[in-house]
Design a protein. Structure first.
Length: 343
């Protein structure tokens, strides 16, 4: 019997044989070196047959990570599209290159609507609730995403609303207008609730946002018997503290989560368009009730997050919406967090 020659055996496996067989180079080389490959061995019987039909729909968005002793799951309601014209002070000579550098060019800006499910070990707390069926077919997918995360609406103990805009509070209702979360307490920022129930404020609002007042009231009223108001700086639940971030709305709030020495600041709508607002934090959006205050709050908060190395999460940051802020001259840049490979 002649000695096995790996080089001769490998040569017998021509490039055509590799391609026809559908084997990876690593597998084929391994077979050759082990002495199992010969010029007469037919590999075509091992070839994969990828005959599965296209799925035709997007997989529900739910990604989980550990934060100390807590679990935080980003739960995606869907996405919306914004026009650059909604960015106040937008200068195409500055903004268009920023968008191009972020591969976000085009007539509209796509952005996610994230929510965050916090499992403290004792409570399941959903931070914001998406849109229900009120803002079109690209949104309202929170129930499917919760199911993908292994959670049903009746398991939620509390829904903490950062502010009462449609893409944050409308999702507490089913399309039929009933409470989606039958066992949950609805936690609302006191200042925001006062604003959205103020008839004078509604009458003075731009036509673009007048309907927001009635929608916010309808959603909140459905939980009237199990509704709690919170103030900025208050520990709403153990390890979960409300942080005042005024400007976008009067009571717009962030949520700081602290567990076992680890922290995450959910900044809600501090940033709507990451491609431009980290670099130009002075640019607010048309939905800001007080654009100047919103810009000041954004600069102050991003500066604090950068200085402290604080992990942030945002409702309109690219899914799963968690990352860090770095100083970039007089402005900032956002660095998406690597998703943990080990649980």
């Amino acid at each position: 019997m002649t000695d096995f020659d790996p080089a001769s055996a490998a040569q017998a496996l021509s490039r055509r044989t590799f391609l026809t067989a559908g084997l990876t180079g690593t597998l084929a080389t391994g077979l050759a070196v082990s002495g199992l490959a010969t010029s007469g061995l037919a590999f075509s019987s091992l070839a994969a047959r990828a005959g599965a039909p296209m799925v035709g729909s997007v997989q529900p968005g739910a990604l989980r990570r550990r934060l100390g002793k807590f679990e935080v799951t980003t739960v995606l309601d869907g996405y919306l599209e914004l026009s650059p014209a909604l960015i106040l002070g937008y200068d195409p000579k500055i903004g268009d290159p920023l968008r191009a550098a972020a591969f976000a060019s085009g007539p509209s800006i796509q952005g996610p609507v994230n929510t965050f499910l916090v499992n403290t070990g004792e409570k399941l707390v959903l931070v914001d609730a998406g849109t229900s069926d009120k803002m079109g077919p690209t949104l309202g997918h929170l129930p499917k995403a919760l199911a993908a995360a292994g959670v049903s609406p009746d398991q939620i103990d509390a829904v903490l609303i950062t502010h009462m805009h449609p893409d944050h509070i409308y999702g507490v209702l089913t399309p039929a207008g009933q409470p989606l979360f039958p066992n949950a307490e609805l936690l609302l920022p006191e200042l925001d609730r006062a604003f959205w129930y103020d008839d004078a404020a509604m009458n003075a609002a731009p036509d673009l946002t007048k309907s927001f007042f009635l929608g916010a009231r309808q959603a909140a009223d459905a939980y009237a018997k199990r509704q709690t108001l919170y103030k900025a700086g208050e520990e709403v639940l153990p390890g979960i503290t409300a942080i005042g971030l005024p400007g976008h709305t009067p009571g717009h709030s962030g949520v700081r989560i602290d567990s076992d020495g680890q922290s995450l600041l959910i900044v809600a709508d501090l940033v709507h368009v990451p491609a431009v607002q980290f670099a130009r934090p002075e640019w607010s959006v048309a939905f800001d009730v007080d654009p100047a205050l919103a810009a000041a709050t954004r600069k102050r908060t991003l500066d604090m997050a950068a200085a402290d190395g604080l992990l942030i999460a945002g409702m309109h940051l690219g899914f799963p919406g968690i990352g860090n802020v770095a100083r970039d001259g007089d402005a900032f840049r956002y660095v998406a967090a690597s998703w943990p490979y080990a649980y």
